[in-house]
Design a protein around this ligand. Structure first.
Ligand code: PMP
Length: 345
């Protein structure tokens, strides 16, 4: 017997149900497609970039992120998706055995990343009003507290009062995952990343910017904090192409991104109306998705997939129960989801 790691024995692979469907609303990506500049970059620079390594710690991408986020280059780290920035931060700030605390429910990868680094995950239920339970999170004593806002999968947001109190009192780093912040009405915590010594805000090119396939994410924090994450990250985490496409999008396609966001948000609220007409009660959302409690969500999700619509199924979510998470984009896709759901119900 090869002596594999004890802590890895029960770790599953991440595997959301993914039967190919004509309408895929399961992963909260930009359903309007990739940003316009991507085609030009791939055409003009694609081949010539393939044979050489990119610069080791992505200085050009960091400059583009810094300009977009209104921070200094020294405040920025980047990674292979924001998944990677989160994973690196856990490794950078914690020793094996240290706890990672987070509101529950939240992004499913966080407890998984914790376990991959032998860090016990400590869930703390969201409050009934969907805000974070600051005292509950602090009571864990965890040296890293993760908060996602807008939160995946609920779409709900953490209040500024709660987050500021958490950041003031936390014994270690507070990682604020803002993968969906472009879709929110305010609730941007970049100012805390700029001014506090213990805040890392993570962001991504995968959602509003339509580049999930390129795997580019970034984080902002104090220079000393970010330098530790860069150690855990190591060099060459991006492809040269991913970097070039992300730089072009951040530089040239912000108005395009904002137009996609506006339409996704408008259609999210129109979808909410359609779901309410079916007698359902979606949670308040500031992301590009709605979480709608539905009994027997697994059966309903499978029946929707048979109708060529893929939505994300959640079972027994704390405080919510069974639910479907429906990504929002062009209205014809939303109409397909509503039609399928109506037939199934
Ligand atoms: N954070 C949240 C809350 C997410 O939902 C996701 C994607 N599902 C990520 C981070 C990771 O995205 P990426 O690695 O593509 O940047």
């Amino acid at each position: 017997m090869i002596p594999f790691r004890d802590t890895y024995r029960d770790i599953p692979l991440y595997s959301p149900a993914k039967k190919p469907c004509r309408v895929d609303l399961s992963d909260n990506t930009n359903l309007f497609g990739p940003p316009p500049s991507a085609e030009r970059v791939l055409r003009e620079e694609g081949l010539q970039r393939l044979s050489r390594y990119p610069a080791s710690y992505a200085p050009d991408l960091k400059r583009a992120v810094a300009a977009y986020a209104g921070v200094a280059v020294e405040n920025v780290t980047t990674g292979c998706g924001s998944d990677d920035v989160i994973d690196c931060a856990l490794r950078a700030f914690l020793e094996p055995g240290d706890a990672v605390a987070y509101p529950d429910p939240t992004f499913v990868m966080v407890p998984l990343f914790a376990r991959l680094s032998a860090l016990p995950p400590v869930p703390v239920p969201l409050k009934a009003d969907h805000d974070v339970d600051v005292d509950g999170l602090l009571a864990t004593g965890a040296k890293l507290i993760y908060v996602c806002t807008p939160n995946n999968p609920t779409g709900t947001v953490a209040s500024r009062a709660a987050l500021e109190r958490l950041v003031d009192r936390a014994p270690g780093v507070v990682l604020i995952d803002q993968a969906y912040v472009e879709f929110a009405k305010g609730g941007d915590f970049m100012d805390l990343a700029r001014t506090r010594p213990n805040v890392l805000v993570t962001r991504t090119m995968s959602k509003a910017f339509g580049l999930a396939g390129m795997r580019v994410g970034w984080g902002v924090g104090a220079p000393e904090l970010v330098a530790e994450v860069e150690k855990a990250r190591g060099p060459y985490k991006h492809t040269a192409l991913g970097e070039a496409v992300a730089i072009a999008a951040l530089t040239d396609d912000v108005p395009w991104m904002e137009a996609c966001v506006a339409e996704a948000v408008e259609n999210r609220e129109r979808l909410r109306g359609g779901l309410k007409a079916l007698g359902l009660e979606p949670l308040p959302s500031e992301g590009n998705f709605l979480l709608v409690p539905v009994p027997e969500a697994r059966r309903v999700g499978e029946a929707m997939r048979e109708r060529n619509v893929n939505v994300r199924v959640f079972e027994r979510l704390p405080g919510v129960g069974d639910a479907l998470r429906i990504g929002c984009g062009p209205w014809p896709l939303m109409a397909s989801a509503l039609k399928a759901l109506k037939e199934v119900l």
